[in-house]
Design a protein around this ligand. Structure first.
Ligand SMILES: Nc1ncnc2c1ncn2[C@@H]1O[C@H](COP(=O)(O)OP(=O)(O)O)[C@@H](O)[C@H]1O
Ligand SMILES: C[C@H](O)[C@H](O)[C@@H](O)C(=O)COP(=O)(O)O
Ligand SMILES: [Mg+2]
Length: 480
């Protein structure tokens, strides 16, 4: 039997554990476990249920055993920026607060009073999102300094799960870069930035690169599972893993489409020029010292919330079909407006926005869904134009990867709105990229070039071409 690796990919809306092995030149996947992820209220904060998530990881490992799959290695990737703090006895000092928590409101502006926005961008190259780790830590420093005083260890989410699995504390580069505390050029923690912000630099661990083998499982876990597994660092930022496996590379822009839409390209160096700052692009760390030049777009979070507001009466596929029955571009919102980050009710927030901008108010589920998808597509188009402006070249194709690539109507809309060929797939790009790095670490494949070839041969990628005359005249005025 071939070498199995086990990918744990936990996004903001769901987690999945997928075993992978190469058979006859193709990467074969076995979905071992899938579970829900969501934000829960703990006291006054919006938090992640890390205890339950770690139990889900253990459940997935036990399911491997039941399916007679003995993974040689395991790699964990999750969403970015969020973290835990441990004291000197490795106890959690706080709940794991989510990036959607309001504790960072106003913190970015406070940091700019000490460290200019321009300099922060020049040194880190990271987009300005109010929930970046730097602002979360600054909020703690301002409001609960006693917690930071006791903190001996800062661990991002995947690193915390690695610590629980293997007892090793290590930071991983792709995810560390998302904190806006890593220097884009040295690829190390930016000590001078931390000193200026009085953030305790001693609690940060050495940054390791993807492919690093952290070690075996803790003895008690190996005994519990009845097998030992090497814990390997993939690109632990889920988008970093997704980009590794984006099969359409040539002249292509990727959209990692899940809760968030991360739209960008791979680049060999950080682009920290004023244009990139003005457009709020980021230079997150990638595999083999590449950079993920991309930007966050609010993403399918909006339709997740619409679905929840309708008490899950409709599936995602049904909402996509209902939207398709509506006239296009009747109502548009600026999806990246902070008001959509965590509204009490997404449907009402969208309707308020349309009312405030003098537009037709979407009322039916189809109208609301159409407004979301049209607005996302326009936001993607804008980002594509910004990328082409910065690179001073045209990109001919867009590769939509992740769960959102199953939205066929949206894929076609993206093609129509951008006028570019859209390649959709693979759905589990993140887990596949995670597996790819483990296979490289174990010597099963030589390098990223070889693994991308295998991925391209292994998974269906569906093509959507712009439909004639379907590039609509959009009401741009409505989008502030
Ligand atoms: N059958 C489907 N049709 C249309 N959209 C879908 C379908 N299945 C999933 N999606 C979209 O994929 C999104 C989840 O993508 P995923 O990559 O799993 O997210 P994350 O990793 O952030 O949890 C959902 O929010 C939904 O909008
Ligand atoms: C908050 C971050 O920008 C976010 O984690 C993003 O980087 C990301 O990776 C989102 O992944 P999802 O799978 O949750 O969409
Ligand atoms: Mg994801």
């Amino acid at each position: 039997m071939g070498t199995y690796c086990l990918a744990v990919d936990i996004g903001a809306s769901s987690g999945r554990m997928i075993a992978g092995t190469i058979i006859a030149g193709k990467l074969e996947l076995t979905e071992v476990h899938r579970f829900e992820n969501k934000i829960i209220q703990k006291g006054q904060h919006s938090c992640w249920d890390t205890d339950r998530l770690f139990q889900e990881i253990k459940t997935g490992i036990m399911k491997c055993k039941k399916q007679d799959i003995q993974p040689q290695s395991i790699g964990i990737d999750t969403w970015a920026v969020d973290f835990v703090l441990l004291d000197g006895n490795d106890n959690l000092l706080t709940d794991c607060v989510s990036y959607r928590d309001p504790r960072t409101d106003g913190m970015m502006e406070k940091v700019f009073e000490i460290f200019s926005k321009e300099r922060l961008y020049l040194e880190t190259g990271i987009q300005f999102q109010k929930f970046n780790t730097i602002y979360q830590l600054y909020s703690l420093q301002q409001n609960c300094p006693e917690v930071l005083k006791k903190a001996e260890s800062f661990l991002l989410i995947p690193e915390y799960f690695n610590f629980l699995l293997a007892g090793v504390k290590a930071s991983e580069y792709t995810n560390a870069s998302s904190t806006q505390l890593v220097n884009a050029f040295t690829k190390k923690w930016d000590d001078s930035l931390m000193d200026v912000l009085s953030i305790k630099k001693e609690m940060f661990h050495e940054i390791k690169m993807p492919k690093t083998v952290l070690g075996p499982l803790r003895k008690e876990l190996a005994a519990e599972f009845g097998m030992d597994i090497k814990v390997i660092l993939p690109a632990t930022h889920d988008t970093g893993s997704a980009v590794i496996s984006a099969p359409v590379q040539e002249d292509a822009i990727y959209i990692s489409s899940g809760t968030w839409s991360l739209i960008g390209v791979e680049n060999p160096f950080p682009i920290c020029v004023t244009k990139a700052l003005d457009y709020n692009f980021t230079n997150e760390g990638g595999m083999d010292h590449q950079f993920r030049f991309l930007k966050n777009i609010m993403g399918l979070w909006m339709i997740q919330e619409v679905k929840r507001n309708y008490q899950d009466e409709f599936t995602f596929a049904e909402l996509a079909c209902l939207a398709q029955e509506e006239l296009p571009f009747q109502a548009m919102v600026d999806v990246n407006d902070d008001r959509f980050l965590k509204p009490v009710n997404m449907i009402e927030e969208i309707q308020d926005y349309c009312r405030e901008t003098g537009q037709t108010i979407p009322l039916t589920p189809g109208e609301v869904a159409r407004c979301v998808f049209d607005s996302l597509a326009v936001s993607y188009k804008e980002a594509v134009e910004q990328i082409e402006h910065i690179f001073e070249k045209e990109f001919s194709q867009i590769n939509v990867i992740g769960g959102g690539c199953q939205n066929e109507k949206l894929n076609q809309l993206i093609a129509n709105v951008t006028g570019k060929d859209v390649y959709a797939g693979p759905v589990e790009a993140t887990a596949i990229g995670n597996l790819a790095v483990q296979l490289m670490a174990l010597g099963e494949v030589k390098d990223i070039k070889e693994v991308r070839k295998i991925i391209y041969q292994s998974f269906e990628v569906k093509k959507y071409q712009p439909e004639n005359g379907q590039i609509p005249i959009m009401q741009r005025s409505a989008v502030k």
